[in-house]
Design a protein around this ligand. Structure first.
Ligand code: PEP
Length: 251
């Protein structure tokens, strides 16, 4: 399989500036031989430019956790796609469940952000995932279908090859409740089926689909064995160099 393997760390609203520099330096000192694995960190916005400079010419790519889709204007507190690009970031996290469920981001917002990211040559890492209630009612597949189709509305077959998906069941984020490898695998193959339906099989098998939700060094092995899982998006366990390196080093 030729898909990229991606190990991403979402630091959310954590770390002081000096703590962030210390963490990235520890990662750089220890991640020397990671083969074809790509490591991405999503630090808090004020640190992104410095982190991108520190990580230049290293195996670590840097991304921003959120942005607005408009080019410029009266949007107090927001950052534009061009500003993200100017920091040296290469990735942008889009539609994380905390953005969707705490800040009310809609599927339409997600789609506009994906388009804006592609316009500015940023790699959109698009998060999709169901709430516990939706899973318990048997609605997982419908929720994922709606989120995937909406995110990709109007995106061409060429552009979609630049996108990365992350399946993150909302009930597993920050809760310590990880999806079993089989549960995650089922949704990953659904996402691939949806991508085949919207585009074609060749495109579907080329797009990396990551799993996220309470990934830790002690559960990464089972998830990594699943064919359709191309890496992970890690929250809490990416805040410590030791645990993030353990996860990245999975065999
Ligand atoms: C996340 O923030 O995307 C995430 C998966 O968090 P955690 O690993 O802490 O559940």
């Amino acid at each position: 399989m030729s898909r990229k393997e991606i190990f991403a760390g979402n630091w959310k609203m954590n770390k002081t500036y000096s703590g962030a520099v210390e963490l990235v330096r520890e990662l750089l000192n220890n991640l020397t031989d990671i083969g074809n694995r790509e490591v991405v960190i999503f630090p808090p916005s004020p640190y992104v430019k410095d982190m991108a400079a520190i990580c230049e010419n290293s195996p670590i790519k840097v991304g921003m956790q959120n942005m607005h889709y408009e080019k410029a204007g009266a949007f107090t507190g927001e950052v534009s796609p061009e500003m993200v690009k100017d920091t040296g970031a290469s990735y942008i996290l889009i539609g994380h469940s905390e953005r969707r469920h705490i800040f009310g981001e809609t599927d339409e917002d997600v789609n506009r952000k994906v388009k804006a990211a592609l316009e500015y040559d940023l790699i959109p890492m698009i998060c999709v995932g169901e709430l516990l209630d939706q899973r318990e009612k048997g609605h997982t597949d419908d929720v994922i279908k709606k989120q995937v189709e909406a995110a990709l509305e109007g995106i061409s077959g060429d552009d979609v090859l630049k996108v990365v998906f992350a399946y993150e069941p909302v009930w597993a984020i920050g809760t310590g409740k990880v999806a079993t490898p089989d549960m995650a695998g089922e949704v990953h193959s659904l996402i691939r089926k949806l991508l085949s339906g919207i585009f074609n099989d060749e495109i579907s098998i080329s797009i990396p689909v990551l799993y996220g939700g309470s990934v830790k060094p002690d559960n990464i092995k089972g998830l990594y064995k699943i064919d359709d899982i191309d890496g992970v998006l890690v929250g809490g366990a990416s805040l410590s160099a030791d645990s993030f390196i353990d996860i990245i080093s999975v065999k």
